[in-house]
Write a protein that binds this ligand. Structure first.
Ligand code: GDP
Ligand code: MG
Length: 176
């Protein structure tokens, strides 16, 4: 048995984006496989931990949810401190949430002092019938800003696991 079987990794990942884009439901879908149609934004910072196996190593992701702070346009610097990854989320059925992405990226850059693995997430892809942001627009913004890109649905689970795991694996690749 090699000694690095003992190694442990703990990565902080933050989820940011406008109110009601589905941040809390993406987190609960990923870590608990739960979805809440009537979820209420609550105040305070919370996180959930998810353990993954990467290359036979135990990797723990501590995933933080704003829990409603973003409604006041003031996510604290403590929220971002020490984050190695970020999911930057908009709602494909609400253009205004896509227009906010550059502001969220700016805020993330301002608060981070390391390389942050960043994924642009177009959530609620189950609402394609009332889509306001095309897949191409999401892709081209991500390319321009150097982000990964994916569309997800916390409601029907599409790509939720993939979105988190691409970010966590990228962090692992960055540090190992
Ligand atoms: P947050 O404010 O960004 O944390 O957003 P929430 O997770 O609280 O979700 C806001 C609302 O959008 C809730 O009514 C959720 O049920 C709904 N929602 C979240 N994700 C999805 C999704 O993928 N599809 C659909 N149709 N609704 C969603
Ligand atoms: Mg929330």
């Amino acid at each position: 048995m090699s000694s690095d079987a003992e190694e442990e990794y703990l990565f902080k990942v933050v989820i940011i984006g406008d109110s009601a884009v589905g941040k809390s439901n993406l987190l609960s879908r990923y870590t608990l496989d739960e979805f809440d149609l009537h979820s209420k934004a609550t105040i305070g910072v919370e996180f959930q931990t998810q353990t993954l196996d990467i290359d036979g190593k135990e990797v723990k992701a501590q995933i933080w949810d704003t829990a409603g702070q973003e409604r006041f346009r003031a996510v604290t610097s403590a929220y971002y401190r020490g984050a190695f990854g970020a999911l930057v989320v908009y709602d494909i059925s609400r253009r205004s949430t896509f227009d906010s992405i550059s502001r969220w990226l700016h805020e993330l850059n301002t608060h981070s002092d390391t390389t942050v693995a960043r994924m642009l997430v177009g959530n609620k892809c189950d609402l394609a019938n009332i889509r306001e942001v095309s897949v191409e627009e999401g892709k081209s913004l991500a390319e321009a800003e150097g982000l990964f890109f994916i569309e997800t649905s916390a409601l029907d689970s599409t790509n939720v696991k993939t979105a988190f795991e691409i970010v966590i694996k990228e962090i692992y690749n960055n540090v190992s």
